[in-house]
Design a protein around this ligand. Structure first.
Ligand SMILES: [Fe+2]
Length: 266
């Protein structure tokens, strides 16, 4: 049976810190979401199309991210270690990527209706010292390459999709492997305005943007959480059919931000 990860969507991720409760309360205030302790001592922050598990661990760490597949037939095409997530039904699987982060795949438990500003958890991005291996791993998992960024002949970033949205995962070359950011996809540019106004009200300065990324063509801004992990709000992310071939971008500021300056990570 061929591995069938298509379609899969980012459903939740775990974001750790030495003292998780203040971080959980930060995200609850940032997003206007509910926060509740979980039986294992971690915290759940959940809202409209978004869920974070905040646990005790190294500052800024993201030990796993979790992709939701449609049904058990699709899940049965995948192989991995059994994994228990409070947000997935029994039978979820985890695979370790070359950086040691776990990718969890499972069937989502139903959660209740949520209100608040629209922002669906949509992608996760990390820095890595092993970019070529990461690309190979995620392609073998069943993701499809959307775009790559090259500096001369060398890969400097890769973007992969698991449904028509341009990327659900991306990685860039860096001297240290670490999580970089997770992103919330909104329903349009006016939502970006509303989220930026919310940041103003909360006195959280925008860290980068607003701008428009080259790969993905999405409008965005980013802020930092208390550990320096970045949080992105995005709109109008490009859609790409499964069959569409990957494209190549040069490693330059314009690729990261068509509108202006960029933070070059490597
Ligand atoms: Fe992003």
């Amino acid at each position: 049976m061929a591995r069938d990860l298509w379609p899969a969507r980012l459903h939740h991720l775990r974001r750790d810190s030495p003292n998780p409760e203040p971080l959980a309360r930060f995200y609850a205030e940032l997003l206007g979401d509910r926060v509740a302790p979980l039986p294992d001592g971690s915290w759940l922050v959940a809202g409209r199309g978004r869920r974070l598990v905040i646990g005790k661990g190294a500052p800024g760490s993201v030990p796993y991210f979790a992709l939701e597949v449609h049904d058990r037939a699709q899940l049965a095409t995948l192989e991995g270690e059994p994994f228990s997530s409070p947000l997935f039904e029994e039978g979820a699987l985890a695979l370790g990527d070359p950086d040691g982060r776990r990718v969890v795949v499972g069937i989502a438990k139903r959660d209740g209706e949520a209100s608040g500003l629209p922002a669906r958890l949509q992608h996760f991005v990390c820095a890595t010292t092993r970019l070529a291996e990461m690309l190979e791993f995620y392609r073998a998992l069943g993701m499809v390459e959307s775009d790559r960024v090259l500096e001369g002949e060398a890969l400097s970033a890769v973007f992969l999709r698991s449904d028509p949205e341009h990327h659900s995962f991306a990685a860039f070359r860096a001297p240290q492997s670490r999580p970089d950011h997770h992103c919330y996809e909104t329903t349009g540019w006016l939502d970006i305005r509303d989220w930026a106004d919310r940041m103003a009200k909360l006195r959280i300065p925008l860290w980068w943007g607003p701008g428009r990324h080259g790969p993905g063509n999405n409008l965005f801004f980013m802020i930092e959480d208390p550990d320096g992990h970045k949080v992105e709000f995005s709109a109008e992310l490009e859609l790409m059919p499964k069959e569409m071939a990957p494209r190549t971008w040069p490693h330059e500021q314009r690729t990261l931000n068509l509108w202006g300056s960029a933070w070059m990570r490597s």
